[in-house]
Design a protein around this ligand. Sequence first.
Ligand code: MN
Length: 733
Amino acid sequence: MFAERIDFSHEAGLTIDELVKRVEVMIPDTDLGILRKCYEFAEKMHLPHKRSSGEPYIIHPLNVAATLVKLKMDLDSIMAGLLHDTVEDCDVSPEEIAKLFGQNVAQIVVGCTKISKIKFKTKEESQAENFRKMVVAMAQDLRVIIVKLSDRMHNMRTLQYMTKEKQMAKAQETLDIYVPLASRLGINSVKADLEDLCLRYLHPDIYYRLAEKIAMKKREREAYIEETLNHVQEKMLEYSVTGEVTGRPKHFFSIYKKMQQRGVDFEQIQDLLAFRILVNNITECYKCLGIIHSAFTPVPGRFKDYIAIPKVNNYQSLHTTVIGPKAERIEIQIRTFEMHEVAERGVAAHWKYKERNKADGTGKLAWVEELMEFNQNVSSSSEFMDVVKNDLDVGGVFIFTPTGDVKELRYGATPLDFAYAVHTEVGNKTVGAKVNGKMVPLKYRLKSGDTVEILTSKTQTPSKDWLKICKTSRAITKIKQYLMKIERDEHRDKGEAALEKALKKFETSIKALEKKNDFRPLLEKNHYKTLEEVFVNIGSGTLHIKDVLIDLPSVNFSEADVLDFKEEEKDTDSYYKKVQRTAKKTSGNDNAVIVDGLDDIQVKMGRCCNPIPGDPITGLITRGRGITVHTIGCQRIAEIEKNRQIFVEWNKYYSFSHPVNIKVTTHDKPGILSKISKSINTAGINIRSAIARSMPDQKGSFIFEIEVKDYSELLKTISLIEQMEEVISVNRA
Ligand code: MN
């Protein structure tokens, strides 16, 4: 049946005859001799190899090819599926494949080989690099990634023959890399299957508990599904709409995700069942929606119209949740047969043969190209990774402009993201936002359907803090660009002024030297294109004024002058020396920290490291703000010159509560937050604030800001929390 889910199970008895038969149905009137030839070649090459299951190796490429048929991919892709491991495992050359089966097939196989050589490491940085390579491979020919997904699908299906360690690693990699890709490409059938397989290997306890619980009430559920189906079909007939209705329990992974998001147990999840109605056209979709909403009571706020506003991966459907028979909540999706095809197969569904000749015949997607463009603009790999992860995140919110236009933003986006989505200039000048007519903070999380009005001011400029508020790559890129330009301008002005001042000593000026073309040797030597670059580099400290002076032909610069410049540099240090001297004269018992036995100087705790009594500390002289106390190991200390540090020690006669952050990682269990809070409170420790976060791997993460008298009290608190069985780790944050 059309609406049935695509079955990607491992087919142990699959033969080339069967494969050819299936391809004939899909592409009739084609000579498939080349497909058989392809199979014979692959079989011969893989003859010495065996799968971990003990089966002949060829069963793997054969299943991969079958998956590609199920996704309705073209003949080149199917052949590439048969050959995908030959270059890597059998030393076949790409040239040979090109000669025998064509350039296209060879290219896809080479792309797959490249990806399989990527070693995925746990370190974020290297993983990002790999992801970057993957996007590059994808940009060359999208079919590479679909063949690779089919390869991964079969490997995940036959993972039981691997060691436990390999199972975990493969499943994690699949969840991190392949699932988001399948999702972004809209191949939901593959995505949902991979997710369930990942859950099975990464969290077998949860997976089998879900499987058991769903199986337990199986008969009851089947009866319920049938009753509901009949009811819906009757209603549809009443209004003469024909279509197909199916119902089934949701995917395990989607149930698991709901449990995590809401922090609830399986029993508390209400809507386990999903129904799907497939009809012939869009009018019938909305007609069906009307029928459903009049037959059952809709749950408010759960209706989503992805037909009017498709998801970024082209997914279209109507979603609604209603109170079904026996007051059970059920989710219903309504879409056309065509939309369903796209929902299951994503980009693969668009792989019509006629489209293949378009330009380069590789069917690049716009977003892949955008990603490639962005790739060239970001410096670090982890930054790139963040952006890719953001862009792969399909869940979006739809926001209205005051004039009724719609913008789609990623989930979690703020009014500031929206402002940048409207226009960079609007973003840069944002001072406030109104959502549905009410003022909101800039970090407000937008919800679908919100109408957002941005308030701007001519004098506003972006600040560094905005980077923390924004969630979309567009806004973040634009803010960074602005900040970089501002910094450059500042450096330029500072550098220009410094040079002008130095030249005064030689009774000349920048303008005068420019006229004489005096800067040319300097520019050439340093490969600078403009004088402005010289200023920027002086201002940022990468170019020393004396190195500039030496290279100016009409400036007579001598060693004696170098001494002069050093004198001047010393001047700026004198302030700190003065503070050091006064600090030694004052200080007493009214401070938490004693500065060289004296008082009367303003002492503050560094917010970066938050020292508490007992920590080894040092003082830092800050211009105009007295002394800031940091721990010896603090990052800030490493960045600052030694002569700005001053000896300080804890005052043992002074007692007050110090705020300190601790980070607690736990197994994600309901009620864990209140359990930890209670145990901290009973120890007499005050909690100032707590932040909780659910992490994707079934863990919970909490940041507590607590108040302690000293280091030993902190240690006591930490060990108290550590003793709880749900707790994985406790750290000072
Ligand atoms: Mn393979």
